[in-house]
Design a protein around this ligand. Structure first.
Ligand SMILES: [Zn+2]
Length: 351
């Protein structure tokens, strides 16, 4: 069954309307509400099960080798482990993984690659930069929300954006949790992960206060079934831009850094000079935080994630993060950053 599920090409439209917008979201409502209510990270419990499984398998392997020799012991290992891995894979696909095969968001939106030009990137960079300057003090007015408070503060914008993108009963925002995995994330330079088995969000809690909103919104986009990284960034940006000022600042700052990477070096220098002291200090603080990352841990983490994405038919691997900017620049918006749909493809209550 696992092989069949992995190899059979599922029509994207079936996955979109049958799974991603219906069955998956029902699973998400139940599972994330449950993991939100759990006082500990379900991810940690699952890691414990994994460690126990590995230890048991090792012990069995040693015992079998003594009893029946290496070759027979290897065979027994395969017979025992293969069904377990198959079930784990089927659970992964059923709980979340099938979202990798839904329709690309750009086919449903009023998206055109022709809007993505050096001129539009610079114009957007100027616009976002002036917003960052203007929002800095408003964003600092009230302290940035704590991780636990984000579902209340940013959740309404998250629900709104989901309904603008598709006619769905929106996904529940996950409480960003701390897990033993956090110790690793902080050093590997991974801001957050979504656990596909518990539909739970685990984050690097050492992130700076103004970084929290965008990281949470990005992981929530995964919870909403947007598995693709560029789509998760896109949904994350829209959620922040439609959220309160502190969240808007958080999303704009990340968007600005992406845009500065897309303009010419001369334009970048000119733009950065117009960045005021407050946001400039924030960017520097982000740089200092990133300097704490251990490269030895960072490289394998991203290498592994790249393999994982390729295995899930995401042809671009981790480069799909860059495609986010293309999606953002190529989409048409109504006022208030409401994404517009391709003509003849409504299906969404843009409210
Ligand atoms: Zn992601």
């Amino acid at each position: 069954m696992a092989l069949a599920v992995a190899l059979v090409p599922w029509p994207a439209s079936w996955v979109e309307f049958g799974y991603s917008e219906r069955i998956y979201l029902s699973i998400q409502h139940a599972l994330t509400s449950w993991s939100n209510a759990c006082p500990f990270a379900v991810t940690d419990a699952l890691l414990l099960v994994l460690v126990a499984g590995l230890v048991t398998t090792g012990v069995w392997m040693i015992r079998d080798r003594r009893e029946v020799g290496t070759l027979q012991a290897m065979w027994r290992l395969v017979v025992r482990v293969l069904p377990v891995l198959s079930v784990v894979y089927l659970v992964f696909i059923g709980f979340w993984g099938l979202n990798y095969r839904r329709e690309p968001l750009r086919t449903r939106l009023d998206f055109s690659r022709q809007r993505v030009t050096p001129v539009s990137a610079r114009a957007m960079a100027e616009q976002v930069l002036s917003r960052v300057n203007a929002l800095y003090h408003a964003a600092r007015g009230g302290a940035a929300a704590q991780w636990d408070a984000l579902p209340t503060v940013l959740g309404p914008a998250f629900g709104r954006v989901q309904r603008q993108l598709a006619a769905v009963d929106p996904a529940v925002p996950g409480v960003p949790k701390r897990s033993v995995l956090t110790l690793y994330l902080e050093r590997a330079g991974v801001s957050g992960v979504t656990n596909p088995f518990a539909l739970e969000v685990v984050v690097d809690q050492s992130l700076l206060p103004f970084e929290r909103a965008f990281v949470a919104a990005h992981e929530w986009a995964h919870l909403a079934g947007y598995a693709d990284e560029s789509e998760a960034n896109f949904v994350g940006w829209l959620t922040c831009l439609q959220g309160p000022p502190a969240a808007e600042y958080s999303g704009d700052l990340v968007l600005l850094l992406h845009l500065l990477g897309a303009v010419t070096p001369a334009e970048r220098t000119a733009l950065v000079q117009t960045l005021e002291k407050g946001p400039r200090d924030d960017v520097r603080a982000m740089g200092r935080r990133e300097a704490r990352i251990w490269p030895l841990l960072q490289r394998p983490a991203w290498w592994l994630y790249d393999r994982y994405l390729l295995a899930n038919h995401v042809e671009q691997g981790v480069r799909s993060y860059g495609a986010a900017l293309e999606l953002f620049l190529g989409t048409r918006y109504a006022s208030g950053w409401v994404p517009q749909h391709a003509t003849g493809r409504s299906g969404a209550g843009a409210s």
